[in-house]
Design a protein around this ligand. Sequence first.
Ligand SMILES: [Zn+2]
Length: 308
Amino acid sequence: MVYSHGHLNRGHNFASSPDISFFWNHVLGLWPFTTEGCPADEWDLEHPTWLHGLASQCVRLPCVEAPPELLHTIHRPEFAYGEPANTHAYFTPDTYVNRYSSTCARLAAGGCAAMAAAVARGEAANGAAVVRPPGHHAESGTAMGFCFFNNAGIAAKAAQAAGASRILILDWDVHHGNGTQHIFEDDPSVLFMSLHRHDSGHFYPGTGDANEVGYGSGTGYTVNVAWPRAGMTDGDYLAAFMHIVLPIAYEYRPSLIIVSAGYDAALGDPIGGCRLTAEGPPFNARPPFGSACRPCSLPRRSYNTFSD
Ligand SMILES: [Zn+2]
């Protein structure tokens, strides 16, 4: 996830405040959610060369578990996957837990919350949280799609508690952020915008039609760019950013932007089926956001280690 602080004022320049706060989950290597093993096993987590020196330029935040009272701002109190399981258990066919899962999920949510709060308090201009498990599919009472706690939602709550009044959550993962949308779709203090494959409801998770715009006082504060098929390119995303995402964002004038930054729309990803490159939006965030936002990190990886 990337947290970019800014009021989307045209011309605002963060060049004079280059600090980037950064967080990663120390127990990443313990994450045993895939039977094929986690790629993190190959990484030296204390000296992550895959970051190409970025970590040394960042302020590192302490790794903390999200407290229950913060989790419960999003999730139902009875949503009790907080106790470690002694054996594997399944929430859905693609989402299972073991004894490490509770700690990992709490650390991921806590790290995102700490990051967002730090940016909201002005302690850093931008931030990035590289955490597992992800969160945007997690509903208030349901774990699904590899997600347990809704990290972006919890980060938004933490940021609001730290003083950020209006939050933009931008979700560019190739899958719809169903959990995040449903949590905030009646809340005008959080604008949720998602770009994703929809395929007339036939692409996971099946939600995110363009007609889903929120309800009640939140009507209009949910925006879905629902791609009809695979194969979307840099040009498609650039058009969406220039004609939909940025005009709405500038009008909303968020005090904080949270990006659910999935990279499974990247060229070569076997699940996403799209063709985004590192040169185009959203991965190269500078052109679409202009000087109001700086790219920070590559949080949620593609399903294909070798995607461009
Ligand atoms: Zn995804």
